[in-house]
Design a protein around this ligand. Structure first.
Ligand SMILES: *Cc1c(COP(=O)(O)O)cnc(C)c1O
Length: 396
């Protein structure tokens, strides 16, 4: 029965039964006149999640990585200069993707565990009087280190230097779990996917696109075909798709959006904060350190946790799976062997979080970590007890 255990990886996330049922649907014809009744409201409702009124939502059958590729190729031309900060495995992989598309990538390397360096972006943009930099790329939630960056601060730094570069944000592991404000933050391309905050199976890239980015897609020269915004937007406007849509994922997304709106986005964010804070209380009780350097950087969707000197985080994660059939995130890139990750996004309750905390505690004890059984669990229990009534009252 081990397949009944929740996963504590930061995506793909646990799929609520309601969404699994919604995706368990027979084929229907996407060229039939009723497909538009499914597609159009979903695209419209996605704008509420991105918090954009002026932008639009574009989806592709893909994972989040395809969303990166679509954002880049539709709006930039080979040789264009882009400014990116690297502070984890996902920002690193986005840089790699840009380089393979022949963009001129200027990298600001930051210590892993820190976030987007708004002031350094600002200084660099102020120096760029010829406006050679076409885009600034930021990973909102660096899933490798459990760091959430301040996108509003990046926007303010861009505005302070009156630089016209577009702002691209990877919000794959933050959208629909932590506050995201496309219009307020002046985001031109917001890239996400179906398998994290939306709690669905993997298979759909979900992108918020500003009108400025739509205009750029008319002249951008990077080659693209499958991911061409023009084909997708043109077909969507007529209620169709340029090729076969992942129909069952659209059924799932319809239901996922309903669940999110029913709970209320603010309540969804508050739930993520609360679950995450319980995990952080446990980490503190274990005497372990988060990769995220300061509390303002703490992610509410994933915690990356350093193991003590002399221990291996990947061995811990493997042991937890072998002994208890529960999955946690391994250390990625520079964090390999040094940090494990507890994913706490999507469908998660106190009860589930406590099971994840209790199980990794057992695994740490098995591996000889200097951690006492029950310490993290008690810390989380106290936090969840102390905050449960208020949050339940709000839900009721
Ligand atoms: C999961 C994730 C991605 C995309 O990964 P896919 O496996 O292609 O869906 C991109 N960026 C971040 C920050 C992520 O967490």
């Amino acid at each position: 029965m081990s397949n009944q255990n929740p996963v504590f990886i930061p995506g793909p996330t646990n799929i609520p039964d309601q969404l699994r049922h919604a995706m368990n649907a027979q084929t229907s014809d996407h060229r039939a006149p009723d497909f538009v009744e499914l597609l159009s409201p979903v695209l419209e409702d996605l704008k509420r999640v991105f918090k954009t009124e002026t932008g639009q939502a574009i989806t592709f059958p893909s994972s989040g990585t395809g969303g990166w590729e679509a954002a880049i190729t539709n709006t930039l031309s080979p040789g264009d200069k882009v400014l990116v900060a690297r502070y984890g495995m996902f920002s690193h992989r986005w840089i790699d993707l840009c380089q393979r598309h022949y963009l001129d990538v200027e990298i600001i390397d930051c210590e892993w565990g820190t976030g987007a360096p708004a002031s350094r972006f600002g200084e660099r943009l102020a120096d760029d009087r010829a406006h050679e930099i076409k885009a600034v790329l930021v990973t909102h939630n660096e899933t490798a280190t459990g760091v959430r960056s301040d996108i509003g601060a990046v926007r303010r730094a861009m505005d302070a230097s009156s630089h016209p570069a577009m702002l691209y944000v990877d919000c794959v592991s933050s959208l629909a779990s932590m506050d995201f404000r496309m219009d307020d933050w002046g985001v031109d391309l917001a890239v996400s996917g179906s398998q994290k905050g939306f709690m669905l199976m993997t298979g759909m890239a979900i992108i918020g696109v500003s009108q400025k980015a739509i205009a750029a897609s008319q002249t951008a020269k990077c080659p693209r075909c499958f991911f061409d915004f023009r084909d997708m937007v043109g077909a969507n406007q007529k209620g169709g798709f340029p090729y076969t849509p992942p129909l069952q994922l659209f059924y799932g997304l319809r239901e996922s959006l309903s669940m999110l709106f029913e709970e209320g986005l603010d309540n969804v964010f508050a739930r993520h904060f609360r679950i995450a804070q319980g995990v952080r209380e446990a980490v503190n009780a274990w005497g372990l350190q988060l990769c995220a350097k300061t509390p303002d950087l703490y992610s509410d969707t994933v915690s990356a946790i350093y193991v003590p000197e002399g221990f291996n985080s990947d061995a811990l994660v493997n042991h937890a799976f072998e002994a208890y059939k529960v999955s946690y995130g391994v250390g990625l890139g520079e964090m390999a062997g040094k940090a494990f990750r507890i994913g706490h996004l999507g469908m998660l309750t106190d009860v589930m979080a406590l099971s994840g905390i209790a199980t990794i505690e057992m695994a740490m004890k098995d591996q000889g970590f200097p951690v006492e059984l029950g310490t993290g669990v008690v810390a989380a229990q106290e936090f969840y007890r102390g905050t449960a009534v208020a949050s339940n009252r709000r839900a009721a």
